[in-house]
Design a binder for this molecule. Sequence first.
Ligand SMILES: Nc1ncnc2c1ncn2[C@@H]1O[C@H](COP(=O)(O)OP(=O)(O)OP(=O)(O)O)[C@@H](O)[C@H]1O
Ligand SMILES: [Mg+2]
Length: 256
Amino acid sequence: MVQPIETVLSARGLIKTFGHVEALRGADFDVRPGEVVALLGDNGAGKSTLVKTLAGVHRPDGGTIYVDGTPVEFGDTRDARAAGIEVVYQDLALAPHLNPSENVYLGREIFRPGILGKLGVLDKSAMAKEAQRGFAQLGVKIRDHRAPVRSMSGGQQQGVAVCRAAMWAKKILFMDEPTAALGVVQTKEVLDLVRRVRDTGVAVVYICHNIPEVMEIADSIEVLYLGKRIASLKAPDTSMAEIVSAMTGAYEGGQK
Ligand SMILES: Nc1ncnc2c1ncn2[C@@H]1O[C@H](COP(=O)(O)OP(=O)(O)OP(=O)(O)O)[C@@H](O)[C@H]1O
Ligand SMILES: [Mg+2]
């Protein structure tokens, strides 16, 4: 098997089975530095399973994951996070009763040092300041930093979830259908946010069913079909028809 070159994250021959279901049947995947990669495929093609496997949620039954061309094994999500990989899941996984800054630091709290080196108290002001700097840098406007996220609209919550992940992602940010529940204006805001994250040097992998949206945002397009990569396309050189034919399994173009 050819070792991937010049990629920040790759997979070769990934296999993942759940009982009798083969969700991934030898899937390949590549992300190059600074790219927005769209991950496409029909319902059940294995997209979410691939993301979870690359993020340390699932352990693959076969195949290899590479970070910067080096084989890695993620025992759990902490390993993937330590490698610079973060995920925004469809359900966002925000804590509704906490405010935006508290959500950013949930599980990664900053403590003020205590007396004689003991673990001190939570440094709320440092966390709020850092989080607010992150929101501002990524252009996410928070009207009231003290309000719990449950009082915010769906689009605003999406902004908080993306920022939280983007602030911790050093290499790659996965987003599983980030605009599925959003209106036109909010979708545009998420797309702008994706571009700003990419401009910070973090590659973004974007799962989406909306092909015009993919054509607008993606640099490259990876298409899964029945648990395998069936096409790897460059966005400027492809067409809606080519993408659709890949998604339906009719593709004969091979991988670019
Ligand atoms: N935890 C699980 N337990 C059992 N089967 C699973 C599990 N996760 C996924 N599967 C199965 O694996 C296959 C691939 O599912 P996956 O969620 O990865 O698809 P997907 O491409 O994300 O689809 P969608 O577009 O509907 O989100 C499906 O047949 C699904 O039922
Ligand atoms: Mg899915």
